[in-house]
Design a protein around this ligand. Structure first.
Ligand code: FAD
Ligand code: NAP
Length: 547
């Protein structure tokens, strides 16, 4: 829609920054990926501008301020490793840091490395066009900026585009609505309120116990029951922190080479290689440790359905021992493959359903019909509520890229190239779109790993690539079509060899109506992925055309 002259003027007057800019690199997004990318580019002497839609840095941790939001990778590992000084001076206080602490860390990084002066906030990139003749990108924003850059790096996030269902009658609802991924910065007070939460993924599972503790009544609308493992969160022992700090360099190296960036190793190869009693003991030990270690008990859990059934049943039995009402326990019992949807990590989730002020509505067979002024209608029954929290997730991995009109004069539109699902080379580059890089892009390990080492690896790989281009006097790099085709095939083949694509999750785009069903990440883990990317670079960027 065309902006009125008045609105455009007001926007221009309000902004403190540039209109026309010519830089070496435009970076989209100022989350952890964009911040580190900018730091590396500066260090190499490239001029760069970061464009960020939010008012501040931090990305995920800027937007997701819902009650209970925290990381579920351990704080000591869910942090940057690129600067030893940084990791020595910053001290995490909890095993799993809360959103305010992680956001404070992102701000500390921005200040410490003086990053803000090259970041333009409250500005959304709307279009990016590569001009083949000139060999440059033209980047446009919703505030009328035009930036020219040789390279564009998309640090726009895998989980940055909130998704909510379009419910009939939504406009008639007289209460408040919220999305966990776009939470008000001043917080929300649910005291005395009847609240609905729709969605029981990681966000819902974190928010539900906290909202239940405050609201007059909480009604949870659940479409698919989820597996969740206790976090056993708590303050970090100062001795543990000191031990980590003393060994950080070696810990970071191990992280970068571990299967999922969390330094967990599979305890056993085969589920049925041990007795049933031993298996039970191993699961119990993992339960007592809490968190993602469950997926590292047996290496075949996500390959062999009968192996998976053993861990699924262990967790279901835990649920039955926690939830007092057998009917509620039955509704909460996950029936899907364990770990197929992203595993959740919680604090007091299932026990919350023992509270008198919490009720559960199963919408698996009867979806929400509509909203009415006083609440939510399911199967002809109205549930009156004052506020609705959509914990319904994100248009993941491709969502932020799809919302920018990315084109090249020879390659056409990215949307058209991706109409049957994303196509990339290594999750880093796209055929037809020269000089464009994606950090933790589709078809890389990204969302199946601790994102921090994966972000750092991609930023370092891209930085080395730009340095190589400069050193060799090249000004253009593009993925070859055959290399991209082979990578797309390889990523699908690997996913299809596991149980992972078999459930309806955001990993396959199933949560967004009309999104092509494609497994969005590389499933074989960091070591083979990193080996491949290192080899590609080592062979002079094999699979790319450098011109
Ligand atoms: P983001 O943090 O998403 O930042 C992308 C930025 O790009 C955003 O600020 C966005 O506003 C901006 N942007 C997007 N499009 C545009 C545009 N067109 N113009 C301008 N700006 C744009 N990962 C883990 O490894 N461990 C965890 O425990 C963990 N917990 C999570 C908890 C939540 C609630 C969520 C939602 C995700 C979690 N993740 C976790 C994943 C998390 O997204 C990554 O760990 C990491 O923060 C991603 O950083 P990023 O910079 O790549 O992307
Ligand atoms: P999510 O995992 O996609 O969960 C969304 C929930 O909403 C699901 O229960 C889904 O049901 C439900 N839902 C979606 N559309 C619906 C509809 N139309 N009607 C009814 N229910 C609907 O989203 P998320 O919880 O925000 O998490 C997304 C990802 O962010 C996580 O997987 C994780 O990677 C990251 N995250 C991490 C943490 C953490 O602990 N560190 C916290 C939050 C998020 P179905 O299952 O039936 O689709």
């Amino acid at each position: 829609m065309a902006k009125s002259a008045g609105a455009a003027e007001a926007a221009a007057a309000a902004k403190s920054s540039f209109d026309v800019v010519d830089v070496d690199v435009v970076v989209v997004g100022a989350g952890f990926a964009g911040l580190y990318m900018l730091h590396r580019l500066r260090g190499m002497g490239f001029s760069a501008r970061v464009i960020e839609a939010g008012k501040g840095v931090g990305g995920t941790w800027y937007w997701n301020r819902y009650p209970g939001a925290r990381c579920d990778g351990e704080s000591l590992l869910y942090s940057y490793g690129f600067s030893n000084a940084l990791q020595q001076e910053w001290t995490w206080t909890e095993r799993y840091a809360g959103q305010p602490e992680i956001l404070a860390y992102a701000n500390h990084v921005a200040d410490r490395f003086d990053l803000r002066r090259d970041i333009q906030f409250e500005t959304r990139v709307t279009a990016a066009t590569f001009d083949d003749a000139g060999g440059t990108w033209q980047v446009e924003t919703d505030r009328g900026d035009r930036l020219t850059a040789r390279y564009v790096v998309m640090a726009s996030g895998c989980l940055s585009m909130a998704a909510a269902p379009k419910l009939p009658g939504a406009e008639t609802f007289t209460g408040q609505t919220y999305h966990t991924g776009q939470w008000p910065h001043d917080g929300v007070d649910f005291t005395g309120k009847r609240v609905a939460v729709i969605g029981t993924g990681s966000s819902g599972i974190q928010a539900i116990p906290r909202i239940a503790a405050q609201a007059k009544h909480l009604t949870v609308f659940q479409r698919t029951a989820q597996y969740t493992i206790p976090a056993w969160n708590g303050p970090l022992d100062p001795r543990t922190v000191e031990e980590f700090k003393a060994r950080y360099p070696e810990i970071r190296t191990a992280q970068k080479n571990s299967f999922n960036g969390n330094n967990t190793t599979f305890k056993h190869a085969e589920t049925f290689g041990v007795t049933a009693e031993e298996r039970q003991r191993i699961y119990e030990e993992a339960w007592q440790k809490g968190g993602f270690v469950f997926l590292a008990t047996f290496a075949d859990l996500l390959f062999d359905k009968s192996a998976n059934d053993t861990v699924a049943e262990f967790v279901r039995a835990k649920l039955r021992s926690i939830v007092e009402d057998p009917q509620v326990a039955e509704l909460l019992t996950p029936k899907t493959i364990f770990g197929c949807k992203r595993l959740c990590v919680d604090t007091d989730y299932w026990s919350t359903y023992n509270r008198d002020n919490v009720s559960l509505v199963d919408i698996s067979s009867s979806p929400i019909e509509r909203l009415v002024p006083e609440g939510i209608v399911v199967a002809g029954k109205t549930y009156p509520v004052d506020a609705i929290v959509f914990a319904t997730g994100f248009d993941a991995v491709t969502g932020a890229l799809d919302r920018i009109d990315i084109r090249s004069t020879s390659g056409g539109r990215l949307k058209a190239h991706w109409q049957d699902g994303p196509r990339t080379y290594l999750g880093l580059a796209i055929h037809g779109f020269p000089n464009l890089f994606t950090i933790t892009g589709p078809q890389s390990p990204s969302v199946l790993t601790n994102m921090m080492p994966s972000i750092e690896y991609h930023v370092d790989w891209i930085s080395d690539c730009l340095a190589h281009l400069r050193h060799t006097g090249k000004r253009r790099i593009q993925a070859r079509k055959e290399a991209e085709d082979d990578w797309v095939t390889e990523v699908s083949r690997l996913a299809d060899g596991t149980l992972r694509p078999q459930c309806n999750s955001w990993y396959v785009g199933a949560n967004v109506p009309g999104k092509p069903r494609v497994y969005l990440a590389y499933v074989a883990g960091i070591p083979p992925y990193k080996k491949r990317c290192d080899e590609v670079a080592g062979r002079g960027y094999e699979g790319f055309v450098l011109a």
